[in-house]
Write a protein that binds this ligand. Structure first.
Ligand code: ADP
Ligand code: MG
Ligand code: ZN
Length: 618
């Protein structure tokens, strides 16, 4: 279409009208304010008034609403006075008989108070003007609302379903913005294709799944990929969060669902996206005390999903990180029958995500591989955050672009909190922390199969860590052997072992190590079948795997007690092994700890150099 040549009619700033009326009001106000021809009014008492009258100084008098105003002529000066009206029956007499500086020698009764407002003006001010003002205001608000609706904004509230509807062109997110997650993209691409040419599918008699459920841990890009589907499909996109169905009034949820599907039916082909669907889709309780409101909403959703014709081209996407809590009825074929798994990214995935987000910031040459290796287990959202933190750090350092060091530092910030600049450790404490960290590092270095040391630091962090040893795997391991896990426990006990062997003390510094070592040892026994005693028996189940996981034992109490002994045995043997290692390498301990105390942060290479030098001498 050709572009319109004429200038659009000049739009009046919507607020000039309103401001104008305020201005007029102020002007009018100025007019009606009492002003006694510029004279200042002196307030005085009745006695003075009588005195001035009697001594013949008063020229004019006016009485108005219990006040007496009078003007005197005192030594060439006219003064206006005001006084209260006393109940004085002789007042008129007094005034008639008093002398006055006036030519005729009589006091003049005049209107010295400014004229009264005319009744017409009063009427205008009291009734017409406010009415006018309100009218103008009302018109303006109406107009600006209309404008906003016309220009569309990003979205507008639709019906009373509460869903936000995005027009075809509103969403710019595409599959290119979603890094990794190839399987998910492939599955969803089919849906996009269906929306584009439904005929292809109708010909062969295939119906597409009505709904796809995106499942995965928080921050893996579920919401992002749903928007990307909308961006790719170029059809209207209704987005609503599960909690919005049940938030406001009782009984509204079901009505909202009905509305949503009605609107979507009219707009087909289109996509409905229900984020965090577990808020309404939780398994219905069989027992008493169910949540009626939520169940009604869910029932309505089930009914609606059955009720509409899949060939019309309404596709329902939903996302959740608690798939195991969803009602089974939601998952049966004909409803959310396609499940799209979004997993935490692997090494390649992390690289891809970092690259996507690095595109948005200015950066120099970045060792993406290193950063990706250092962020094992991080979600896409965390990686996005890491890149942003790095950008902020670069700005703080007064640089124009991000470096690898910025990214490394922000990885640590995300893992261990920011550096705590003003936390002062005493020299003794610093020494203990240094030996503790070197203990971890040494034990890790002496074992085969543990990840190389990347960095050791004794700069306190806001998370409470006084120091830490960072290991970065060379690649990614999908399978871990029993030895791998046991070695990890040995490394975790290395810090405490160093304190014991070198100083003969134990400190609180190992609390986090203890927690992690115990978790690992427990998992080895209860979930991975890595103890001789229990063979391949499952002792623990995990629910809510995507939200950290809640473990619950599924064995008899006596087994539980025995199991604890097994876990303890694992940890003790790891601890013994670590102590032995440190005892036989005290020279490395001393040298490396001294070096670390001096530098506060050392690289893995520097540490390994010390280890190699010492072992070469032996
Ligand atoms: P979820 O809905 O799964 O909890 P989001 O879709 O809200 O996670 O993701 C949050 C943010 O994390 C996104 O806006 C995006 O910046 C980033 N992100 C997550 N996964 C990816 C990915 N695969 N590729 C690029 N960015 C991602
Ligand atoms: Mg989300
Ligand atoms: Zn430690």
């Amino acid at each position: 279409m050709k572009k319109e040549q004429n200038q659009p009619p000049k739009r009046v700033n919507p607020y000039t009208g309103f401001l104008g009326s305020i201005l007029i009001l102020l002007l009018l106000n100025g007019l009606i304010m009492p002003s006694l021809s510029g004279n200042r009014i002196v307030t005085t008492d009745y006695g003075t008034f009588v005195e001035k009258v009697d001594s013949g100084l008063v020229k004019e008098v006016a009485i108005k609403s219990n006040q007496i105003y009078f003007i005197t002529q005192e030594k060439d000066k006219e003064i206006t006075y005001q006084t209260g009206e006393a109940n004085d029956p002789q007042l008129v007499d007094r005034l008639l008989h008093a002398s006055s500086p006036n030519d005729n020698g009589k006091i003049e009764f005049t209107q010295i108070v400014p004229r009264e407002n005319s009744p017409l003006l009063d009427f205008l001010l009291m009734w017409i003007l406010p009415g006018l003002l309100f009218y103008i205001l009302w018109r303006q608000i109406g107009k600006s609302l209309q404008n906003r609706m016309k220009s569309g904004g990003n979205f507008m509230s639709f019906g009373n379903s509460g869903a936000k509807i995005y027009a075809e062109s509103d969403i710019k997110t595409t599959f290119a913005d979603v890094a990794g997650q190839e399987e998910a993209k492939e599955m969803l691409a089919e849906i996009v294709d269906f929306l584009h040419n439904p005929g292809k599918y109708a010909e062969i008699g295939a119906t597409l799944p009505k709904g796809a459920l995106l499942v995965g841990p928080p921050g893996t890009g579920k919401t992002l990929i749903a928007r990307a589907v909308a961006g790719e499909a170029k059809v209207p996109f209704f987005a609503i969060s599960g909690s919005e169905f049940v938030q406001m009034f009782v009984g509204m949820g079901a009505a909202k669902v009905r509305d949503l599907f009605k609107q979507a039916g009219e707009k087909a082909p289109c996509i409905i996206f229900i984020d965090e669907i577990d808020a309404i889709g939780k398994r219905r309780d069989t027992g008493l005390g169910g949540n009626d409101e939520r169940e009604q909403t869910l029932n309505q959703l089930l009914t609606e999903m059955d009720g509409f014709d899949g060939r019309k081209g309404v596709v329902i996407l939903a996302a959740t990180n608690r798939p195991d809590s969803l009602d089974k009825a939601l998952l049966r074929p004909g409803r959310f029958d396609r499940r799209v798994q979004m997993e935490l990214p692997d090494l390649e995935g992390r690289k891809a995500i970092l690259e996507v987000h690095l595109k948005k910031v200015r950066h120099g040459n970045i060792d993406v591989d290193l950063v990706a290796r250092a962020t094992a287990g991080s979600s896409g959202a965390e990686l996005a955050n890491i890149v942003n933190e790095a950008a902020l750090r670069a700005v703080r350092m007064g640089r124009k672009q991000i470096t690898t060091a910025d990214l490394e530092e922000s990885v640590e910030t995300v893992i261990a909190g920011a550096q705590k600049k003003n936390k002062i450790l005493s020299d003794d404490e610093k020494k203990i922390v240094a030996y503790h960290e070197i203990g971890h590092a040494l034990v890790a270095a002496l074992q085969t199969h543990s990840a190389p040391i990347h960095k050791i630091t004794i700069i306190p962090r806001t998370s409470g860590a006084l120091g830490y040893t960072m290991q970065v795997d060379r690649g990614e391991q999908s399978l871990l052997s029993r030895e791998d896990l046991f070695n990890r426990i040995v490394t975790l006990t290395g810090g405490r072992s160093a304190e014991e062997v070198m100083f003969g003390i134990v400190t609180t510094g190992a609390s986090n190590d203890i927690e992690q070592a115990t978790k690992l040892a427990r998992a080895m026994v209860t979930r991975y079948g890595m103890s001789d005693r229990y063979d391949m028996m499952e002792l623990e189940t995990t629910s809510n795997a995507y939200l950290g996981g809640d473990n619950s034992l599924i064995c008899s109490p006596s087994t539980a007690a025995d199991l604890d002994k097994e876990v303890l045995h694992l940890i003790t043997s790891a601890h013994e092994k670590a102590k032995e290692m440190i005892k036989s390498h005290t020279e490395i301990m001393h040298r490396a700890a001294a070096y670390l105390t001096e530098r506060e942060t050392i690289t893995g290479d520097e540490f390994m150099k010390i280890v190699e030098e010492c072992t070469a001498k032996d």
